[in-house]
Design a protein around this ligand. Structure first.
Ligand SMILES: [Cu+2]
Length: 188
């Protein structure tokens, strides 16, 4: 089977090209049976006592903690494998807070634990107007002090106007030594 792009304009006749060819193997084996039940709930993210708390204030639509996105600025430096509490304080209208790389669970919204359906692992959380959401955030173990991940409001208009920041994951113990200004590049 060949999938082809389709030219959108009649006056462009060289717009088609082969995109991908899907070819069946000469001999096919039966697929393994599907599991009888879906996987269970993931293990809860346990916040260690003394976990670092980082605070993020949303008080408009174009900045976090008063700072507009700057691709050459590292806002936060996180040790690999850390579990932290990220506290998102929203003083205005609704936002959706999204963090790259991680899984998190909502600890509470204005001090109230989430309902069961909102208690799973997430990478984006609705932050209601004038509320504070606390997250248990678990970071990965891959380190790269020169290439940041982003956190941002997931309302496109807000992220595009600068409601975004960056963090790097580094070898534990090196947090104070990594550069806070970098050439522009990204993990996605
Ligand atoms: Cu927003």
């Amino acid at each position: 089977m060949l999938l082809r792009t389709v030219s959108g304009a009649d006056d462009i006749d060289e717009g088609d090209f082969d995109l991908v060819r899907i070819v069946a193997a000469p001999r096919l084996a039966a697929s393994p049976p599907l599991p009888g039940r879906l996987t269970g709930a993931p293990a809860p993210i346990v916040v260690p006592s003394g976990a670092r708390v980082r605070r993020f204030r949303l008080n408009g639509h174009d900045a976090i903690n008063g700072k507009e996105m700057d691709m050459s600025r590292i806002d936060e430096v996180v040790p690999a494998g850390a579990v932290e509490i990220w506290e998102i304080e929203n003083t205005v209208y609704a936002h959706n807070f999204h963090i790259h790389e991680v899984a998190f669970q909502v600890l509470d919204v204005d001090g109230v634990k989430p309902a069961a359906w909102a208690g799973g692992h997430k990478d984006t959380v609705y932050v209601p107007p004038k509320s504070t959401v606390r997250l248990a955030v678990r970071f990965g173990r891959f380190t790269d002090p020169g290439t940041p991940y982003m956190y941002h409001c997931h309302i496109l208009r807000h992220e595009d106007s600068g409601m975004m920041g960056q963090f790097v994951i580094v070898k534990p113990g090196t947090e104070d030594r990594v550069p806070r200004t970098i050439p522009v590049q990204h993990h996605m």
